[in-house]
Design a protein around this ligand. Structure first.
Ligand code: AMP
Length: 196
C-alpha cells in the first residue's frame, strides 16, 4: 500500500500513521521527522533547515526531495509506505509523481484527515505542552496553518482531480479514525487482506 496522508498541522497524521504502519506492514515516512532528526544530529542540512522550521515555513523543495528519495529507496519501503508531511505544495506533488513513476511504484491513495481549525489549535496547544516542539508556539502555528491553506490545500485538490483523494473525518476516538482511514483504502489493498 502506497499511501499519502494529508491534513493540516495537528490533524493527527503522525499519530494515525504510527498506528496504520502496523496495520499495513509498511513504514511511516514523515519528512518532518526526517528534518527534525537532521536538526538534532546537527548535520549541515539540519542547520540550514532549522530556522525555516522554527518560523513555520517550508524547507526548500530540493532538500526535502533529496531526503525523501534517500528514505524511500531503503529496502523496507519496497512493500509500500505511509507518507506524512509530503507533498506540501504542487511542485513537491509533481516531484513525488515523477519519483514514484521512475521506481515503478505509483501512489494507491491520498487520505485527507479533516479536522475543524478550532480543534486544530486546541490539539497543537496540547502537543506543545507534551512534546515541547519549537514550532508549536501560537504564532508559528498560525503561520503553519496559513502555509497549509495556501500551499498544501491545492495538493488535495490535485489528488481529487486524479481520483486518488479520500476525505476522512479526523474527529473522534483514535481507533474510530483509524477504522475510517482503513475503510477508505482501495479494495483489495493490504489493509483489507490483513483485516479479513
Ligand atoms: P511536520 O512535522 O510535518 O509538521 O513538519 C514540521 C516542519 O518541517 C514544517 O513546518 C516545515 O518547516 C518542515 N517540513 C516538513 N515536511 C516538509 C516538506 N514536505 N516540505 C517542506 N518543509 C517541510
Amino acid at each position: 500500500m502506497r499511501l499519502v496522508l494529508l491534513g493540516a498541522p495537528g490533524s493527527g497524521k503522525g499519530t494515525q500513521a504510527d498506528i496504520l504502519k502496523a496495520e499495513l506492514g509498511v513504514p511511516h515516512i514523515s519528512t518532518g521527522d526526517l528534518l527534525r532528526a537532521a536538526v538534532k544530529a546537527g548535520t549541515p542540512l539540519g542547520l540550514q533547515a532549522k530556522a525555516v522550521m522554527d518560523a513555520g515555513q517550508l524547507v526548500s523543495d530540493d532538500i526535502v526531495l533529496a531526503m525523501l528519495e534517500e528514505r524511500i529507496s531503503q529496502p523496507d519501503a519496497k512493500s509500500g509506505f505511509i507518507l506524512d508531511g509530503y507533498p506540501r505544495n504542487l511542485a513537491q506533488c509533481k516531484a513525488l509523481e515523477t519519483l514514484l513513476e521512475r521506481i515503478g511504484q505509483p501512489l494507491d491513495v491520498a487520505v485527507k484527515l479533516d479536522v475543524p481549525s478550532e480543534l486544530i489549535v486546541e490539539r497543537i496547544a496540547g502537543r506543545a505542552a507534551k512534546e515541547g516542539r519549537k514550532d508549536d508556539t501560537p504564532e508559528t502555528v498560525r503561520e503553519r496553518l496559513r502555509v497549509y491553506a495556501e500551499q498544501t490545500e491545492p495538493v488535495a485538490a490535485h489528488f481529487a482531480e486524479e481520483g486518488l483523494l479520500k476525505v476522512v473525518d479526523g474527529v473522534g476516538e483514535l481507533a474510530d479514525i483509524t477504522r475510517r482511514v482503513l475503510a477508505a483504502l482501495p479494495r483489495g489493498g493490504d489493509a483489507n487482506r490483513l483485516r479479513a
